[in-house]
Design a binder for this molecule. Structure first.
Ligand SMILES: [Zn+2]
Length: 455
């Protein structure tokens, strides 16, 4: 297999392996994996948003799971592959049983609702569709069965579901959720198959390996507690010319009247739940960067169980380490922080982080100002110091939507638009996989959007 071919399989392998390790719904167990090449062997470095608390006696069950999975794939022969895949599938479903149960609960709620509401008038039109939907309902009590069923789903049935989820159709949102959850439930078997395929095609990744966790930086205390800045004060730091500051303050006053942003800001600043943490992919990025570790095949790729959030994406993009840009769902979390630098004397690393954060701040500032203009509606104010706004290709990254489970406003930006940016192409991972691969549930506990203005 050529280097390019190996990379094309190795990247999805890492991402799917990370998915299998992400055993709970929500952000705590979001997992990232990267491969270090040492002279002796390969090290599977992994990190999660939240580390098990060793002091409280919590075992690292992800490490054990990963070691077992990789161990079972060592020296795999093709005639044994099917049996091993079946065992791995059982193990993976058991490991992620809480996540799967959560999905099944949501799916059950939605399927029951549409069956109840639509069967009377739609039943005669498409008997086969309703029969398939009922078959899914009947498989709910067996996690293995429902996951397998979602993986083997009849394509005509899935197409019909997608058509019913098109905006404007009756109960479109419900059908949209059903499609999404089926995509999630299908993922476990899909991931297992890809991991097994990798073991057959690239056995060198499994010959001699070790699994190590990169520990997360501690969470930070609420960063703005005590300062409680007002929108007016923040405006003074966002633009430089006095005219722009006045205009921006006016715009923010308008928005405050419409959306109550000042009280929301006060509430967030005082919230004890505002405890920023480093996301898994940045923990690994920092780990490899700080120690100058060598990647397998010099492929600076970090696989993650979920697409990157807005801040992680921009951190990786601005970082000089040339790490491969991941796909992003563009969600923004207040509970995000940049990796710590432990050696306070390492001026080079400190400067690098400062530069990365400054670069990020530049982009965020432009997008926040654009959103203020957009949400305020037609007004006389134009940010004179930011003429580049008119030329920026705005992603749809500030369209907000409410997460049905957490009741939190999240962003619905599409990662696809990132590909439009020519300068990112070289470093952007080409996924080559279906849209269902992108996990759009952004349910990191406690996550809130940076800007939660609503129409
Ligand atoms: Zn992130």
């Amino acid at each position: 297999m050529s280097n390019h071919g190996e990379q094309a399989l190795r990247r999805p392998f890492l991402r799917h392996l990370a998915y299998l390790c992400d055993y709970e719904k929500g952000g705590d167990t979001t997992t990232a994996i990267a491969l270090q090449q040492t002279p002796q062997n390969i090290v599977y470095w992994f990190a999660s948003n939240k580390c098990p608390n060793k002091e409280a006696g919590m075992a690292d069950k992800t490490k054990r799971f990963l070691e077992e999975v990789l161990g079972s794939l060592k020296s795999l022969k093709s005639d044994a592959a099917e049996g091993v895949a079946s065992e791995l599938f059982d193990k993976a479903v058991a490991f992620s049983s809480r996540r799967i149960e959560d999905y099944v609960k949501i799916l059950g709620r939605e399927v029951d609702f549409v069956l109840h509401r639509l069967e009377q008038f739609d039943l005669q039109k498409d008997n086969a569709f309703w029969a398939d939907l009922r078959a899914i309902r009947e498989a709910f009590c067996e996690p293995i069965k429902i996951c397998r069923m979602c993986y083997n789903m009849n394509s005509k049935f899935y197409e019909t579901l997608q058509l019913k989820a098109v905006s404007g159709q009756p109960l479109a949102e419900r059908f949209g959720t059903i499609c999404h959850i089926i995509g999630r439930l299908n993922h476990t078997l899909k991931a297992v198959k890809l991991v097994v395929k990798t073991a057959l095609l690239q056995p060198q990744l499994f010959d001699d390996f070790q699994v190590s966790r990169a520990t997360s930086d501690p969470r930070s205390p609420p960063p703005l507690r005590g300062r409680n800045p007002t929108p007016s004060e923040i405006a003074g730091r966002m633009v430089s010319s006095p005219g722009s500051i006045v205009s921006l303050r006016e715009a923010l006053r308008d928005l405050d009247q419409k959306f109550g942003i000042a009280s929301e800001l006060r509430r967030q600043c005082a919230a004890s739940t505002w405890r920023p943490r480093v996301h898994a992919e940045l923990t690994l990025l920092n780990h490899f960067w700080a120690q100058n570790l060598e990647f397998v095949d010099a492929d600076r790729y970090i696989g993650c169980s979920k697409p990157a959030c807005y801040c992680c994406y921009h951190y990786i993009q601005a970082h000089p380490g040339r790490f491969i840009l991941p796909p992003s769902h563009n969600s923004i979390y207040l509970n995000w922080k940049a990796p710590d630098i432990y050696d306070a004397t390492d001026e080079k690393k400190i400067k690098t982080r400062e530069d990365v954060l400054n670069e990020m701040a530049k982009k965020i500032r432009i997008e926040v100002l654009a959103q203020i203009v957009e949400k305020r509606g037609p007004a006389s104010w134009r940010p004179d110091s930011l003429t580049e706004i008119s030329t920026v290709r705005f992603r749809a990254c500030f369209r907000s939507a409410k997460d049905p489970e957490t009741n939190i406003w999240i962003d619905e930006g599409s990662s696809e638009t990132l590909n439009e940016d020519g300068e990112l192409e070289d470093r952007l991972e080409r996924q080559g996989e279906g849209e269902s691969e992108i996990e759009s549930e952004d349910d990191e506990g406690g996550g809130v959007p940076l800007v939660s203005l609503r129409d």
